[in-house]
Design a protein around this ligand. Sequence first.
Ligand code: HEM
Length: 327
Amino acid sequence: MRIIRSALLAALLTSPAFAQPAPAPLPQALFDTMVAGNGRVYPGFRVNHAKGAMYEGTFTPAPGGASLSTAPHLQSTPSTLLIRYSNAGGIPDAADSAAASAVRGMAFTFHLPDGAETDLMCINVPVFPSRTPRDFLGLLQAAGASKPGGPQPPPIGPFLEAHPETKRFVTMPKPMPESFATEGFFALHAYKVTNAAGESRFVRFRVVPAAGTAYRAAETVAALPPNVLFEEMQARIGAGPVRYRLLAQVAAAGDPTNDPTQAWPEDRQLVELGSISVTRAVPDSLAAERKVGFLPNRELPGLAVSDDPFLGTRAEVYGIAFPARQP
Ligand code: HEM
């Protein structure tokens, strides 16, 4: 009897009526949900941080870098930089003042004369909305299902109540900067750095504007031209380089290395790694940016990823996103 029952069960489960598509692996599901959230495909553009502009620059290391890491870009040789400023969101012509553009990006590739390279991907908020990539997928799905015509009550409400770290991120003020040159940027995730003495530490990288931070009054932003930040940067760079400092915030024992929703306390040691100088706009930035992709996990000797699960998952998502926007 038992044999007959299990044979029946096996036949049922393999019948076409029960054939379910395998759930998309997490990176593909993240990418697909971002595409769906945009409402349509914008051929050639990034599905997130779609609006951007590319610049060139130089990174000049400070002595502090070598005290933390043997990574070649943190020693004495300057690197050339390829930089992309961006607004988050998947709509390439969204206004800079739109609420969906409030998270902004600054991504870098460091090129050393000997061919070594690494990337640094930063946003202008020191924390991420989700603890894990799976939670972030849940957020994208809840947001996507909460558009007009969707289920009532909109699922985003209960999602935010169940995820206080996400609610904190969503409700935190994100004022519009005067300029990309007056905004600070954070790489969020912990990285493991190792120096020549073999000492390893966890750090979080941040980019601090030499001009200081400066923001616009909320009541003034609606009247601004749609590309005000990108136009301002173009004009500013014509008058001379835009400078930032690159710092490493060093973890103390017990600081979480796998949770980008938790900022480390501000009293942690900050080590000066060097100065970033943005020197000129890349000609025909729109064509140039299509051929460029950044990754958050490009290791070098003395620079390794931490146990933050976003680093690997993001790299896989970017590995899907880059080919998807090529001609
Ligand atoms: C699971 C979480 C995340 C997903 C699914 C995701 C997804 C994406 C995608 C699909 C792109 C477009 C990539 C391309 O076409 O080349 C992108 C761009 C970007 N992301 Fe993420 N992202 C995540 C987390 C983060 C985090 C934590 C940061 C900040 C440290 C970040 C910063 C950026 C920046 C700065 C860009 C623009 C890069 C450029 O200018 O080319 N992302 N993201």
